[in-house]
Design a protein around this ligand. Structure first.
Ligand code: SAH
Length: 269
């Protein structure tokens, strides 16, 4: 079966011209979660600058002959420092290439996409910004956790667990304690002992349901469910590493075991 991609609202717009940059969200892993717009940019790229969170399956969609530049991006192991990445985008655009900056999830959600776009635009280079499905949204769906649920969670907060340069995790803990609020930590695995301790000290119950989703939406997806006060045990027991999302809130128990088993069709086998 051939899949023809409809040209939606951009029917007459030239999407990617020479000497331009496209900052494209690749979603959290499953290529089926790419937007049609992301797909089109990927298909026209001449150079791709990508990081660790972009899946192999998505890289396989790049046109033959597209130059691939890996710039890392593991926590504390940035292969190319941010300034270097910014400069690469500008340098390749000035060589009149169609420069694809491919990022995991959404470029503007903990992706430093804002900084990259600022730099590119300051150099008078056109920059397309293509949203992607952010990990919090996609990974929770794949494991049957609604981020909000009537009468259970009225709000949802995405927050970074990345420890700041001074070794501290200065976060507004008192704003994360409402029982009817789902809290999702990105980059939270390393600082999880600090996160759970501070959250409970601020008043969030230790018995609050919590989940860890590792490599969500990919064939290696794993989900571990427990409670806030036992999250560290789960990490130690299963040796859980990044990329992992930490989800905290009563929504985690929305579906019982039997219903979750029937969600199987959504999950990669
Ligand atoms: N811009 C990305 C987030 C980058 S920050 C987005 O919008 O999703 C990197 C963190 O995102 C990881 O440490 C992890 O907490 C989370 N993350 C990204 N992809 C993930 C995945 N497939 N499964 C679990 N967590 C993921």
């Amino acid at each position: 079966m051939t899949l023809s991609i409809p040209n939606t609202i951009h029917a007459n717009k030239q999407l990617f011209a020479a000497g331009e940059v496209a900052l494209v969200g690749a979603g959290p892993g499953d290529p089926d979660l790419l937007t049609l717009q992301a797909f089109r940019f990927i298909k026209h790229a001449e150079i791709v600058i990508y990081d660790r969170l972009v899946s192999e399956e998505i890289l396989a969609l790049l046109p033959e002959g597209c130059k691939k530049v890996y710039v890392g991006k593991k926590q504390a192991d940035h292969r190319v420092p941010q300034d270097g990445i910014n400069q690469l985008l500008v340098d390749y655009a000035k060589q009149n290439k169609k420069v694809l900056r491919l990022k995991g999830g959404d470029p503007f959600v903990f992706g430093r996409g804002g900084e990259e776009a600022q730099f590119v635009l300051k150099h008078d280079i056109a920059c397309h910004i293509v949203p992607g499905m952010t990990a919090a949204s996609a990974c929770t769906s794949y494991v049957g956790i609604p981020l909000t649920h009537r009468q259970v969670a009225q709000s949802c907060t995405f927050i970074t667990g990345n420890v700041q340069e001074n070794g501290k995790l200065a976060l507004p803990w008192h704003t994360l304690t409402d029982k009817k609020q789902t809290v999702v930590f990105y980059m939270g695995i390393k600082s999880l002992p600090l996160i759970s301790q501070q959250l409970m000290a601020a008043g969030r119950q230790g018995s609050t349901p919590a989940a860890l989703i590792h490599k969500g939406t990919s064939p290696k997806q794993q989900v571990y469910r427990g409670t806030l006060d036992k999250l560290n045990d789960l990490v130690a027991l299963h040796n859980i590493k990044p990329p992992t999302l930490v989800v905290i809130g009563d929504v985690i128990n929305t579906f019982d075991e039997k219903s979750l088993a029937n969600l199987g069709y959504l999950s990669p086998k």
